[in-house]
Design a binder for this molecule. Structure first.
Ligand code: TXA
Ligand code: MG
Length: 320
């Protein structure tokens, strides 16, 4: 059983060595924890798929630590991408670009494109720099389950399977990165910590798109995803779900209502950024309480609220 270890200089160096030798390490990022392997090592990447039980048609994000690494994993970087890089990297934005020959096809699920991100988390940056290679890293959870925002979430779900878990504290954003594709035209494939409006300000209008061509769909856009085991009921009108509250949990904004077995406010003041950072941690916590269902109050769909509602609808879709 691998327990999380603090991200000290010594443990970061050890993690980098494990990665260079083909190992799999869970690392903190500013969005969620990632399950990292050397992106150029197809066998190490295969282990990531195995550990996550992730279908091989679902490509991984490649994490880089400088622009030289961006050149090494892509075959072309259009001017629009350069503008996004300048404005948002390092940070919670993933950009889909034409891939280079150096990236094994297992990483991209045989797609001609690669999803790239330069994380801002200092521990992620140190690990990438010391490993000296880009890291392919999906979120460090089993396929379809809730992404981890704390090292302990990873330990509980995957502790038996990974070589090392670096604890860098709770994730700052708590939601996965925004994925923007520039191939063939700019589109947001997954809403995330960076709002679509902010991206449009830099590169102009985006087309509504989620297909990747050739029948491939961004799996983060499958209706069933990010789901706790406990059924989630997304409340859409007042007075709904009045019965059975003594065996149910509640999640929402503002003060906790009376009558629930357990209620957790994502932000008492209604701050959406705070709510995003708390969302997955709250879902993990409620899922561990043997409740019959989790009632979730919708949040306003503005700013990061768009990404929050995207995750909540998928969590609820599993059981409906
Ligand atoms: O914040 C994040 O993005 C986190 C941290 C660890 O960086 N990672 C993450 O990875 O959420 P994952 O694997 O859980 O989600 C990556 C999504 C998948 O839905 C995948 O289909 C999509 O990125 N993706 C990867 N490569 C792609 C490509 N070439 N074209 C389109 N979508 C791609
Ligand atoms: Mg994921």
């Amino acid at each position: 059983m691998t327990e999380p270890v603090p991200a000290t200089a010594e443990n970061i160096a050890a993690a980098a060595a494990v990665l260079r030798q083909g190992g799999v390490v869970a690392i903190p990022t500013e969005t969620v924890y990632g399950l990292a392997a050397n992106a150029f090592d197809a066998i190490a990447v295969a282990r990531v798929f195995e550990i996550k039980r992730r279908p091989s048609f679902d490509p991984l994000i490649v994490h880089i630590g400088d622009l030289r690494m961006l050149e090494s994993v892509t075959s072309a970087v259009p001017a629009t991408a350069r503008r996004l890089v300048e404005r948002f990297w390092p940070g919670p934005l993933t950009i889909v670009l034409p891939k280079s020959e150096a990236v094994p096809s297992i990483v991209t699920a045989s797609a001609p494109t690669v999803a790239v991100r330069w994380p801002s988390h200092p521990v992620a940056q140190a690990v990438i720099r010391q490993a000296g290679v880009p890291l392919a890293a999906p979120s460090a959870n089993r396929f379809g389950e809730i992404s981890p925002t704390r090292a302990q979430h990873v330990g509980r779900a995957l502790g038996e399977l990974v070589d090392m878990i670096l604890d860098g504290g709770p994730s700052e954003y708590g939601l996965e990165s925004t994925i923007v594709s520039l191939v063939p035209s700019p589109a947001v494939l997954r809403p995330g910590a960076i709002e679509a409006e902010a991206i449009a300000e830099v590169i102009g209008p985006l087309s509504e798109g989620r297909t990747l061509g050739e029948g491939m769909v961004t799996p983060g856009s499958l209706p069933h995803h990010y789901a706790p085991r406990t059924p989630v009921l997304l409340l859409d009108h007042a007075g709904e779900a009045e019965s059975g509250r003594e065996r149910a949990g509640w999640l929402g904004l503002g003060p906790e209502p009376e009558g629930y077995a357990y209620a957790r406010s994502l932000s008492r003041s209604g701050n959406l950024r705070e709510a995003a950072a708390a969302l997955f941690d709250a879902m993990h916590e409620l899922d561990g309480r043997s409740l019959e269902r989790i009632d979730v109050e919708p949040v306003p769909e503005r700013g990061i609220g768009v990404a929050i509602m995207n995750r909540l609808r998928r969590a609820a879709a599993v059981h409906s």
